[in-house]
Design a protein around this ligand. Sequence first.
Ligand SMILES: C[S@@+](CC[C@H](N)C(=O)[O-])C[C@H]1O[C@@H](n2cnc3c(N)ncnc32)[C@H](O)[C@@H]1O
Length: 342
Amino acid sequence: MALLKSKKNKTITGKGLNKLNTKSVNIKPKTTKKIINRYHFLIKCRAYIFQLLNLNFTKTDDEEINKSVRAYLKENMKNVHIELDSEDELLNLRKKYQKNKRLSSKDLDNLNCLLNFITKEIVDNGGLQKYQIASIMGQNSDRGGDSSKKLMKWILELNDSGKNFKDMITLEIGCLRIDNVISQHKYKKFIKSIERIDLNSNHPDIKKEDFLLKTLPESNEDKFDLISCSLVVNFVPDENKRGEMMIRLKKFCKNQGLVFLVLPLPCVTNSRFTDDELLVSKIMEQGLNFKLLKKHKSNKIAYYLFQNNNMVFNENFLKKNHGSKRIINNKPGMNNFCITFG
Ligand SMILES: C[S@@+](CC[C@H](N)C(=O)[O-])C[C@H]1O[C@@H](n2cnc3c(N)ncnc32)[C@H](O)[C@@H]1O
């Protein structure tokens, strides 16, 4: 794993993230935001270039991807001395290079060069691990804290109103730390156990596992009563993989189980392709047969709690109606967040 270097070429912390006391690491909120946004931008561009070049790397792990890209470039990057304004190329990637269009050899050279540029920047800047540190710092300051606080508040409310959400076998996807509110001893009677997974593990209790590659449950016993998927779907750089993730949430959730879904607010309030209605009514309710139990929007974050109505879901509906991107809003400054089922 690449070292986590600050500008002065020192590690941000000498310790591994598992021992990380984020209070002692001081990245300003503005900087955490920059690191997070830049990483998202780079992996989104990378995913698009993979599609253009028809590269199908099975691994989604940061280090494995970097390794595979390097091996690919070693074989295929013929022209290493191209004059290219990489930043401008990346900003205009979708305009300049369209999917399913034949690429000229110049296009190929350019795309390989961009892939090299992206990989180098990701590695030089500390990759997923630095992103995760920035996310933890963001959790502390920028985003109103640990999202499981909201989840546990809702679980208590639901139990107070006569529902019975106790002893839940839980899956936490995209887990950065093991001391979040959901893990507190006082909630033991609600949360029986937690399986924590992430693409990059920073603690022995967090399994390094890609949810998109997790073996599908064979029986109900292998499924979960509660799945937390907080700020993970938006991390996935490919819109079809996001759809795959949503379907997997369904497949891993027990009948009547819960899914806690958290997204950055602009994904549902400022996207050309997604809004609250589309996510909740069309995808989650009509498509996946979940029922919305709770919803909250803060300044920056949208939180949802869904219950699995029954095990059947309508994949055909999702494919037919949300198989590809469709513009539903179009104002200047909107983002392109999208979930598709192609
Ligand atoms: C922004 S962090 C969110 C962390 C935390 N859940 C929160 O709410 O603050 C996103 C995390 O999701 C992880 N992640 C993304 N895709 C994943 C996948 N397919 N399987 C497991 N973890 C994934 C990333 O490695 C990253 O650590």
